[in-house]
Structures are given as structure tokens and as C-alpha cells.
Design a protein around this ligand. Structure first.
Ligand code: ADP
Length: 439
């Protein structure tokens, strides 16, 4: 058995063909090589970057990044600059060896491998053997190689553009379907709504009005409330389609944010639903009125507050504070990011001591239908701990606040169901009137 310069040299073998990988691994393992496999150029790059091997065996013909491109990329990584990279390829045509060397390889072995000779070749490369080409040849092949790269880049850009336009079309089909489905649901909903009311009235007329559990009036009330909830979901879907299409109309008037936030809190009334939360609303009374759409702003704060209630366990706190940019009180918890860009306006902070939100999710939660965690646990309650909706509350809020020329964002150390780091939702609303009446 030939002697290797290192004990158990680590070889990274990058090849998309698993049969080739198995063969090479078996052959080299017999010589006490440790063989690590990668099925793509990108996978190989990650492995090599994290833990540089003693030698890299590189298949050339691979989908995605091919062997030449992977080698050239590896040569730009300082830790891999000096690691021998040996092309292992079935390409035996003239110029293939030169092309591989010009791309950055140190050696070239053709497939199928000669089982007896192969380990000796690998050992010679480990001992320092390097194949070379003349500088004229290198120049020539580098020219070929850069042409090939530009052609591949062009093909990839085209491919991406096509894929992007396909995705846009699919996204439009999805949005159209959602809007049509929501409109279609509205008609039967209105009917069920009406009949439930009628049933209640008939019960009243026939003397069954008192709320006996399981009585006609009680049952009609339950249908009525369920349809009301369904109606809210349908309205959310329609609202998001309006926001997407820039067609939501704002009905602006002078509004008082303290009033709006208190109304939303009264509607939610978590205590009535058995939740034990310490909720405080401070410093809102001193804020100036702004021009805005009262109903839409109520909806926005309702969404943020409902989330704060849902994701904060009993015994926790929720606080709502507000201040004018430029004259924040000394104890104001200013946002860490300068999302207000020094504009004159009002900042409302809704802070909770709930489960918090992972940093990576903090942008995502403002996207349509995005919910964190396992949706199968959702109870669809507006106030129960851990209850969830369909992931439209925050995107609607963002759309409404944006239509007022404002911004909404979240800051949180992360999500933790043991330490409850909490979340801070900031809403910035400018003092000047909304930029336009539609969005
Ligand atoms: P939904 O309408 O389903 O409640 P939202 O768009 O309001 O959806 O919220 C999206 C996701 O953001 C929720 O599923 C939740 O995981 C996360 N989230 C929102 N607010 C908070 C909060 N205060 N604390 C922790 N997670 C939150």
C-alpha cells in the first residue's frame, strides 16, 4: 500500500452522479482516505469553506455551477487558495485538460478511473505534484473560458426572467381567485346572516326570545355570531385585494388616536374572555389630532392589539404609549432603527411581554397569509393565548398605515416560549395629511 503524506487525508469529492461517488469512495477508503461527498458545486463550496479538505476531486459536467465555475469560485476563497483541486472527468476531448487547468485546477484525471493507479495519482497530488500549461495556452483557454461564462450567464439571466414572469402570472391568478372567491362567498353569507336575524325575530314573536341554552334564540344567535366572524374573514380578504390593487379608499377626517385605540381595546376586551393581562394606555391624550380614516385606523390598531393579547400569556403586560417625533419623553422607548427618517409625526408603541418574534420573521409577518409556527394549533380566537388568524392582520395594517403616509414595524429580541422576550410594534403616522385619498 503506498504511503500517504498525511494520516487519513480528507478528500472532498464533488460529483452529481452517486454511482461515481460510491466507487471513488470505496477505492480511496481502502487507502485510509476520508472521503466527503457533495452532489453539487454549491454544496461542495459550502463544505469546503466550512472545513477545508486536503484535496478536492471535481467532476466537471454538473448541473448548476459546473466544475470549472466551482473551481474558479473556490480559488477566490483564501482558505482554499492552496488546496489542490483535481478535475475528474469523462471529458477527454482536446483542450479539456487545458480548460480545467486554466479555470484553476491543479490536475486532470479522466473517467473511468483506473482502480489500481487512481490512489497513487491522488497521493502524488497530495505530495505536491501540479500539472501546468504554458502561459500562452493559459491565455488562450482563459479567453475560451470567459466566453463560455458570459454565454452561461446570459442563458441564466433569461431563464430567471422567464421564471419570474411565470411566477408573476401565477401570483396574479392566485390573487384573482382569492378576490373572486371572497366576492362569491359574500352573497350566500348575506343570506345566512339575514335568515339568522329573521329566526331571532320569529323566536321573539312566538315568545321564545329568552336565552335558553339550546333554544331557538340561542341557536340563531350562535349562527349569527359565526357568520359575523366569517364575514370579517371575507372582508379581510377583500381589503387585502384592494390594498394590492391600490384601490382602497380612505375617508379622512380629523381623528383622535387616543379615542381610536381605546375603542379598539374596548372591543377586544380580553378580561371579558377570561384573559388576565395588565394593559396600560399612557400619554396618548396629549397627542394632536391628525387627518385620517377613523375606521381603517381603528382596524389597524385592533389588529396590533389583538396580536399583543394573543401572543402574551396571562400575567403579562401590554402597554400603549405615544409621542411626537422630536419631543419624545425621556422614558420613551425609542425605536432602534430610524424608520421615521426624522419626519414630523406621531409614534405609537404597542409593547407586550409575549413570546416575541424571531428576527428573520420580523419582515415576513407583514406579508400576506404569513403566520409563524404550526398553523394546525390555531384556534382563530381574537384574544385567547396562542390563537391565530389567516395571516392578513398585519399586511392590512401595513397597507392602511402606508396609505396614511406612515410606517409600521416590529422590534423583538426573538421568539422564546420560556423567557417571553416580548415584542414592540411601532406605528409612525405623519402630521401632514395622507398623501392621497386612495391606496
Ligand atoms: P393573523 O391575522 O393570523 O393574526 P397577523 O398578520 O396579524 O396574522 O400576524 C402574523 C403573525 O405574526 C402571527 O401568526 C404571529 O405569529 C406573529 N405576531 C404578530 N404579532 C405578534 C406579537 N405581538 N407577538 C408575537 N408574534 C406576533
Amino acid at each position: 500500500m503506498p504511503e500517504t503524506p498525511l494520516a487519513n487525508p480528507k478528500i472532498l469529492y464533488i460529483d452529481d452522479d452517486s454511482l461515481n461517488r460510491t466507487l471513488v469512495k470505496r477505492v480511496l477508503s481502502g487507502y485510509h482516505f476520508e472521503v466527503i461527498e457533495a452532489a453539487t458545486g454549491l454544496e461542495g463550496l459550502t463544505i469546503a469553506r466550512n472545513d477545508p479538505p486536503n484535496l478536492i476531486l471535481m467532476d466537471i459536467n454538473m448541473p448548476g455551477l459546473d466544475g470549472h465555475e466551482t473551481t474558479t469560485r473556490m480559488r477566490t476563497i483564501p482558505a482554499l487558495e492552496r488546496v489542490p483541486i483535481i478535475a475528474l472527468t469523462a471529458r477527454a476531448a482536446r483542450g479539456e485538460r487545458e480548460l480545467a487547468l486554466a479555470a484553476g485546477c491543479d490536475g486532470y484525471i479522466t473517467k473511468p478511473i483506473d482502480i489500481d493507479d487512481f490512489p497513487h495519482k491522488i497521493i502524488s497530488y497530495l505530495k505536491g505534484r501540479r500539472d501546468t500549461i504554458s502561459s500562452d495556452e493559459r491565455q488562450l483557454y482563459l479567453g475560451h473560458y470567459s466566453h463560455k461564462l458570459v454565454e452561461r450567464l446570459e442563458a441564466k439571466v433569461l431563464e430567471l426572467e422567464e421564471a419570474n414572469s411565470r411566477l408573476q402570472k401565477i401570483d396574479k391568478v392566485k390573487s384573482d381567485f382569492i378576490t373572486v372567491a371572497a366576492h362569491e362567498l359574500r352573497t350566500p353569507l348575506t343570506l345566512v346572516y339575514g335568515y339568522a336575524r329573521l329566526l331571532q325575530m320569529v323566536a321573539q314573536e312566538t315568545g321564545q326570545a329568552e336565552l335558553v341554552e339550546g333554544g331557538v334564540s340561542d341557536l340563531a344567535g350562535r349562527i349569527y355570531r359565526s357568520v359575523q366572524r366569517l364575514n370579517e374573514v371575507v372582508n379581510d380578504i377583500l381589503n387585502i385585494s384592494l390594498i394590492e390593487a391600490n384601490e382602497m379608499r380612505l375617508q379622512t377626517e380629523w381623528v383622535n388616536l387616543a379615542e381610536i385605540i381605546n375603542t379598539a381595546l374596548q372591543e377586544l376586551n380580553p378580561a371579558k374572555n377570561g384573559r388576565q393581562l395588565n394593559i396600560s394606555v399612557e400619554t396618548l391624550d396629549t397627542l394632536p389630532n391628525i387627518m385620517g380614516d377613523k375606521e381603517r385606523l381603528r382596524q389597524s390598531f385592533w389588529n396590533i392589539l389583538s396580536n399583543a393579547i394573543k401572543y402574551t400569556p396571562d400575567g403579562g403586560f401590554i402597554s400603549v404609549k405615544g409621542w411626537l417625533t422630536g419631543s419624545a419623553p425621556a422614558d420613551a422607548e425609542l425605536p432602534t432603527s430610524s424608520c421615521t427618517a426624522d419626519e414630523e409625526g406621531i409614534i405609537i408603541l404597542v409593547k407586550d411581554s409575549g413570546m416575541g418574534i424571531d428576527r428573520l420573521e420580523q419582515k415576513e409577518i407583514f406579508k400576506q397569509f404569513y403566520v409563524v409556527g404550526d398553523t394546525s394549533y390555531h384556534s382563530s380566537s381574537k384574544t385567547a393565548f396562542g390563537g391565530g388568524g389567516i395571516g392578513l392582520g398585519l399586511p392590512i395594517t401595513r397597507g392602511i398605515i402606508a396609505a396614511h403616509g406612515g410606517r409600521v414595524w416590529v422590534e423583538s429580541e426573538g421568539r422564546n416560549l420560556t423567557t417571553y422576550p416580548g415584542s414592540k410594534f411601532y406605528v409612525f403616522l405623519p402630521l401632514k395629511s395622507p398623501p392621497q385619498q386612495t391606496m
